[in-house]
Design a protein around this ligand. Structure first.
Ligand SMILES: [Zn+2]
Length: 167
């Protein structure tokens, strides 16, 4: 196991624009293993490399971990390097949280459909269409790679930010 501590806001790495990472890079194995181990040890459904101290563009999304059944539909466990949003639409306001901002949730604008392209750790190009909760998760994690937190997308900190109840 190499579960790592999840960095918390305002750690500077969470505000950093991360570098591309090539599948051939020997560091990929460590990054992916640590992301998966950390996710398994957390209550979350997704994680980005900078949240565990790696300033590289790698994410894992696994909505099948969610406790709400209606959120679990999707592609299961997906690990992507250098992911980009090819399309994002059906914009609407959703309540969002983050392992790196454990004390708050907030209302943010997200797409209900996202088409994501990235590389698998084995170097194959993967394109997938995510809907609903899974689409939100991909948008949230890709934001992390640009140093963007959901707090940065809140329209009004006064109106749209909510203290989290006791966890
Ligand atoms: Zn997050």
């Amino acid at each position: 196991m190499a579960a790592r501590d999840v960095l918390r806001y305002p750690h500077p790495l969470l505000k950093t624009r991360c570098q591309d990472i090539m599948p051939a890079d020997p560091a990929v194995q460590d990054v992916v293993r640590d992301m998966l181990d950390t996710l398994d040890a957390s209550p979350g459904v997704a994680l980005a490399a900078p949240q565990i101290g790696y300033a590289v563009r790698a994410i894992v999304v696994d909505v099948s971990r969610d406790k709400r059944e209606e959120h679990r539909r999707g592609h299961g466990r997906v690990v992507l390097l250098n992911p980009v949003l090819l399309a994002c639409d059906e914009m609407h306001v959703v309540r969002e949280g983050c392992l790196s901002v454990p004390d708050f949730t907030a209302n943010v604008m997200r797409g209900g459909r996202a088409v994501v392209q990235g590389l698998t750790p084995q170097g194959e190009t993967q394109v997938l269409e995510a809907l609903g909760f899974e689409a939100l998760a991909f948008q949230h994690e890709i934001d992390h790679l640009d140093g963007t937190l959901f707090l940065d997308r809140v329209a009004s900190l006064k109106r749209d930010l909510f203290p989290r109840k006791q966890r």
